[in-house]
Design a protein around this ligand. Structure first.
Ligand SMILES: NC(=O)c1ccc[n+]([C@@H]2O[C@H](COP(=O)([O-])OP(=O)(O)OC[C@H]3O[C@@H](n4cnc5c(N)ncnc54)[C@H](O)[C@@H]3O)[C@@H](O)[C@H]2O)c1
Length: 238
């Protein structure tokens, strides 16, 4: 039977690496993204335009996708402008949390209801961030949104455990994609200065490797877990 993965944010840096990894492993991939594809990957791939901030579009996405074995929640946004926490606007808060947290929650809820009708080999993987537990006062709305994603992981891991559906999370560190291109010099300097034990930027493929392991059953009996793909950023060091 063909295995289908639904991957949101499929045309971003991390999403596209996930798309390519699942295709390479012989899966059928449905890529959902608000952005139109810049390149079409080789393999059994279907693109469905989808805005994660619009819960009204979920039913159409799921009917077009067919039976899903793996849901990979990658789509996410940073604030349009970084700025002091004391000046954060309600508009920016709603924009970031509306996509990253609310959108991820309601898509996961809808897919979970579908999965429990055919739970065998199903899995859900969320992309949160090191920002789920790290304070960045210039983008507080992003940190809040990703802490919310971490709770979404725990809640669905708990709720879907009776169906043997694992729900896990990957926490990327500093990964070279569009999202981080505007702060490249800042992060280059921090990495040079020793911020990360593994002294390099993360690559989208590093994240996709962890996502695939969690989604494909390579780590049985693991649920509600988060995997830091961050070059060791999370270590406390003396
Ligand atoms: N790059 C990093 O360093 C890093 C670190 C930690 C976590 N992350 C997370 O990884 C995920 C992917 O980020 P990336 O670095 O690949 O960024 P990216 O900007 O390259 O990709 C994000 C993708 O999400 C899509 N998207 C944005 N809003 C959407 C919406 N409303 N509906 C549907 N799709 C939407 C975009 O079109 C884009 O294709 C995000 O959730 C991000 O928060 C990234």
């Amino acid at each position: 039977m063909t295995k289908t993965a639904l991957i949101t944010g499929a045309f971003g840096g991390i999403g596209f690496a996930c798309v390519q990894r699942f295709l390479k492993e012989g899966w059928r991939v449905v890529g959902a993204d608000i952005a139109a594809p810049l390149q079409t990957p080789n393999g059994d791939f279907t693109y469905i335009p989808f805005d994660l901030s619009d819960t009204g579009g979920i039913d159409a996405l799921l009917s077009a996708a067919g039976e899903i074995l793996a849901l990979v929640n990658v789509a996410g946004v940073a604030p349009k402008k970084r700025g002091d926490l004391l000046d954060m606007t309600e508009e920016s808060y709603d924009f970031v949390t509306g996509i990253n947290t609310k959108g991820t929650f309601f898509l996961t809820q809808a897919v979970a209801k579908q999965m429990i009708r055919h739970p065998e080999n199903c899995a859900i993987v969320n992309i949160s961030s090191m920002s789920a537990y790290t304070s960045s006062t210039s983008r507080g709305e992003y940190c809040i949104s990703k802490a919310g994603v971490s709770m979404i992981t725990k809640l669905f891991a708990d709720r879907l455990a009776e169906y043997d559906i694992p729900v896990n999370e990957v926490r990327p560190g500093i990964i070279a994609t569009n999202m981080t291109s505007g702060v490249k010099e800042k992060y280059d300097a921090l990495i040079d200065g020793g911020l990360l034990p593994l002294k390099r930027w993360g690559r989208p493929e590093d994240v996709a490797a962890a996502v695939f392991a969690l989604a494909s059953g390579a780590l049985p009996y693991v649920t509600g877990q988060s995997v830091d793909v961050d070059g060791g950023f999370h270590l406390r060091r003396l």
